[in-house]
Design a protein around this ligand. Structure first.
Ligand code: ATR
Length: 311
């Protein structure tokens, strides 16, 4: 079990000798960031980001806003008017916010979705997508350098787009995308190939092409919901296809922490990495864009671990 957030990093509230206000109390100077989604009650982002503000002793707060789909234009337009520095964006608004922004990054353009809005000093709204970069940052935190690797990505939905973009930008040698609905895999491969002509990106069928693709992969990434609570028996793989010891298996599913896929990989001696770190890093990168400070990633990770231990 992880320890709670380190007490020594939080100022002592009972220090009566100090006349200074507690640096993280909400007051007239509090700066706001947050999350737009519909619904948002399941999100762990408020705890993760607010833990970072406490650790850094910043008078900032992160709030979750449940924004109905038809009110997205009003909500986005209100960001600079209300003085928010930015928001994360989650389902179902990741695409629908885009026409209401002034510009977006190449990552957001290629992925076709925005998960972070930054309100610039001049009030302009910039869209970014930190999911792909968050995935790569977590791989690197596990001492995995994807440059030159042959990647096999299972799934061709929203999270897969971000992962394939992240891998391509990190300089993998090739990406093969397997999906139940094959045309989605082929379309995604063609789109990403147009952004990264130097990388070999292809699409094929899940599960039919698992057996034929497994041996040529250095890194295998599950971007489907197979294996997620409550249907933890789901397996985005073929039971009889063994993993090699030198393969790395990353499962974007983080609930449960040890999925069936990761259990199989681990039993075969491959490296098995769960997706909670990607969630933390995509948030940490957004946090840095809003604040201009380096994010306390270890404490953000600890805050998310605590939430999952309590569930
Ligand atoms: P996310 O944003 O998390 O990526 P998504 O865009 O809904 O979610 O994508 C879900 C992915 O999981 C898709 O690749 C989906 O395959 P289809 O495109 O064929 O729907 C995949 N998926 C979900 N349930 C699946 C199942 N039972 N078997 C195989 N693939 C499944």
């Amino acid at each position: 079990m992880s320890e709670p957030l380190r007490k020594e990093s939080v100022p002592n509230r009972s220090n009566e000798a100090s006349s200074e206000p507690f640096p993280t109390d909400i007051n007239a100077a509090t700066t706001l960031v947050g999350l737009f989604g519909w619904p948002v009650t399941h999100s762990i982002s408020p705890q993760m980001h607010n833990a970072a503000f406490v650790v850094r002793q910043m008078n900032w707060r992160y709030l979750a806003f449940a924004v109905p789909p038809e009110r997205v234009p009003e909500a986005v337009a209100a960001l600079p008017a209300l003085g928010l520095r930015g928001v994360n964006v989650t389902v179902p608004h990741k695409q629908s916010v885009m026409p209401h922004l002034h510009h977006w990054t190449p990552a957001a353009e290629a992925i076709g979705a925005v998960n972070t809005i930054v309100v610039q000093q001049d009030g302009q709204l910039s869209g970014d997508n930190t999911d792909g970069a968050g995935f790569i940052a977590d791989l690197q935190a596990h001492d995995v350098e994807p440059a030159g690797m042959r990647a096999l990505v299972i799934g061709a939905g929203g999270s897969s787009r971000a992962v394939v973009y992240g891998l391509a930008e990190a300089g993998v040698k090739s990406v093969k995308i397997l999906n139940r609905t094959v045309p989605k895999a082929v379309d995604l491969a063609a789109t990403m190939q147009s952004y990264f002509p130097e990388i070999n990106i292809s699409g094929a069928a899940f599960p039919d092409d698992v057996t034929g693709s497994a041996q040529n992969a250095d890194l295998i990434v599950n971007c489907t919901s197979l294996g997620m609570e409550p249907r933890i028996e789901g397996l985005p793989w073929e039971e009889n296809v063994e993993f090699r010891k030198d393969q790395i298996v990353y499962d974007l599913v983080y609930n449960p922490a040890m999925t069936r896929l990761l259990q199989l990989a681990s039993t075969d001696g491959a490296a098995a990495i769960g997706g909670l770190g990607m969630l933390v890093y995509q948030g940490a990168i957004a946090w840095e864009k809003w604040t201009g400070e380096s994010a306390p990633v270890a404490e953000m990770q600890q805050a998310t671990n605590i939430i999952f231990e309590r569930r």
